[in-house]
Every structure is written in C-alpha cells, then in structure tokens.
Write a protein that binds this ligand. Sequence first.
Ligand code: ADP
Length: 465
Amino acid sequence: MLKRFLFFLLCQGIGGSLGWLEAGSWGACIGASLAAWAWFSWDLWRGVRVVNWLRHGDLAQAPRLSGMWGEVADRARRLVRQGQAQARAGDARLQEILEALQASPNGVMLLDAEGHIEWCNQMAEQHFGINAERDRLQSIGNLVRDPEFSAYYATRNFTHDLVLQGRDSTPSRPVRISVHLHPYGDGRKLMLSRDVTALEQADAMRRDFVANVSHEIRTPLTVLMGFVETLQTLQLSSDEQSRYLRMMSQQAERMQKLVQDLLALSRLEGSPLPGMHEWVAVAQLLHYCEEEARALSAMLNQGDEERQHQIVFPTSEQAQAAGQIAGIAAELQSALVNLVNNAVRYTPPGGRITVAWDVLRDGGARFSVTDTGPGIEPEHLPRITERFYRVDRSRSRGTGGTGLGLSIVKHVVQRHGATLHISSEVGQGSIFSVDFPAARLRAPERSEQCASAGVTDVLRGASAV
Ligand code: ADP
C-alpha cells in the first residue's frame, strides 16, 4: 500500500513539475490533476482486467499484473485452485461411498422427504425391478405397488422391517425380500432391502425337521407305551410275554437307529471336509458292502435260500485293481452300504442286485448299484434325498428304514467331491451311482503298502459316522 501511495505521489510530483515548467503555478496545479487522473484511469483499467478475469476468464490463468491488483488476482487464483481441489476430493469421496454402497449385498435406496427416489444401488434395482437412472425422482409408492408396503409406508412406524414377496417369486420358487426404512435428516429416508428367501427356507426346514423327528419318535414310543401298559395290566402267558417283549425290542431298535442316523447327519454337517491324507482301499469297501448285503438279504428272507436275492459284486481281482480312494473310511462305507442295503430292502425276494466299480473316461470312477426292484416314479426323484422323504412309507418302516439313508449318502458324496445320480424306471428297477473325481483316486500299486489296514479297520471306523 505504501508503494502504491508513493507511486501516486511520484506521478503527481512529475505532473506538477512538468506543468510548473510550462506555465508556472497554474501549470503545476493542472499538471498534478492530469497526473492524478492518469493514475486513476490506469489503476481502474487494471482493476477492470481483474474483475473481467474473475467473471469470464480461465480461473487457472490469472492476468499478469504487478502491485495491489496483481496480488488480488494471485490470491483469487489460489483460492479458486484450493476450492477446485476440495471439490475434486469431495467428489472422489462421494464416488467411493457410492461404490461401497453399490458393493453392498443389500439393497440401498435414498428417498427425499416426499418419497422420491434420489439414488439406489443395483441390488435395490433388482429387488424392486426399477432403474436408478430412469426412475430417479419417481415416487416410491408408484414403483413398489405391494399393498403391504403402501400400508407400512403410510403408518410411518419404521421400528420394524417388512417382508414382501419378491418380484420374481413363483409358487415353486418363492422369493422373499425384507424391507426396512430408516428416517434421517429433514424427512429423508434410507430404505434397506435384503433377500431373506434362504433364511426363511432354513427356518421352514428347521421347523419341518423338528416336526418330522417328533413324529418319527412318537410312533414307536406310542407302540412301546401300549405294550408296557398291556404287560402291566393283563395276565399273559410266558409265550405272549416274550412275543410282546420281542415287539417292544423292535420298536426300541427303530428309535435307536433313528437317533444313530440323526447323530450321523449332524456329525457330517459339523465335521471338517475330508482331506487327501487318508486312503481307503476300494476292495475293502466293496467287500464290506457285499457282506452287509448278503446278511441283510438272508435276514429279510429269514434264511430261505430260494427267496434270497442274487447279489453280484466285482470279483476280488477287479476290486483290487480299483485302487484307493481318498476320504474318510467310515463315511464312504456308510454311504455305499446305504445304497446297497436300499437295493436289497426295496427289491422283492429273488430279485437281482448288481454292484459295479467302473473307471470313467476322465480318470474318475463310478460306483453303481443296479436293482430289479419296483423302481421310483420320476416325480419323487428330485426330493428323494431330502430328510424323511419316503416313496413307500410302509416298506421303508417295515424294513427298518428311517428315511435318512439317502440324505446321509448325499452329504457324504458332496463332502468327497463326488456326485450322486439316480435313474429309475417303474416296474424295471433303479440305478444309484456315485461318480468320484479322478483327484481322489489312486492306482493299486501304491495302495498295496497301505492295504494292511485290512477290512476290520474299516469296519471299526463305521461307528464314527
Ligand atoms: P429309507 O430309510 O426310508 O429307506 P432312504 O433315504 O434310504 O430312506 O430312501 C428314501 C426313499 O427312497 C425310500 O423310502 C424309498 O421309498 C426310496 N428308495 C430308496 N432306494 C430305493 C430303491 N433301490 N428302490 C426303490 N425305492 C428306493
């Protein structure tokens, strides 16, 4: 400022001096006034340049000026740059927040005070079938037309969430979406949505499971109670007594088998996946299955050889050639025996059961059980591995079935990276096969060293499933 003032005085001094030289004291006054006007005009012109630059110019390129106006322009340019940098940082931050909201597995929607959509992520687009661009500033009430949602929105009581039927819901594949509104700011709302179909299904399955288990236990329990009451109240001959006790023991065995299978299932669900360090000889598994199948056939046909099933297994050479499989011996054994035993249980006396072990083209192997039993109608096949699902209830119970066998098989097979296939033709029979991946198999040469574990070791492991 001092420089500016001194420069002004200098201009006046020069103007006054020149005027005095030309026309004496009047000349000095006129010269000083002209110099002052010249100085003001020059200063005004500089100020106008700065204002024009601020109004219309490139804010990054300030006019090159010295003195006070130069400093004003420079400071303005710095403030503008600072503001631009802050705006860029704010934009980047906002972008990051929006990207994070986009990545959310839940639907996120921002509504203004009038319920118009300001922004929503892709998940919300999917849940409500809207388009974030197209439907921006549309009223949510016009887009989500479910009467339950309208009532929820109208009550303005957002302390709880609301479960709606999803857009793509069909009777066979229901989709359930949970919606929760959270008010914020001046009347705005954050609407969160998430797909709760799996949760609801799990809940329904849990309820069904408890109901099924209670039903399965109640039936033999009621029979047992009836026998106990009969034994307590009636005078029975020793023959009758032992017949009743035999029947009681059968019911108790049925309950025991059910509890064993339930425990097996829960163990399968809770234990770590089978690694690649435990190897089981396929020959041992096949040998055990064969023993079990023959014993079961003899038991079901009460030792009558003519009624017994024709059971065909690979020869011991073929079984030896099958090598080894990586997995948990007890689990594998329980799954394969379940399939073979089912074939025996559901195939009428004299029927044929063929068990095979085949090498697949991709290096994997297939264990298959083919029977000449009654077969299964195609509509049952998709549900047959569900817990407690039975096609023929009376036959299942009559032969000691719990309805959990195939469910156990499915779990074991999945845990070993294998796949279960079922094909069946009513009146012709069924084929249950398990395809093991090549990665879990190894050739017989290396298996010889480990084969010493022997059949009995595998059998011992069975109780662990
Ligand atoms: P269960 O203990 O009742 O045998 P599973 O889970 O082992 O239970 O089998 C489920 C149902 O599948 C059985 O109730 C039976 O109706 C049917 N099933 C299983 N294996 C066969 C088979 N080899 N032939 C015909 N039906 C079968």
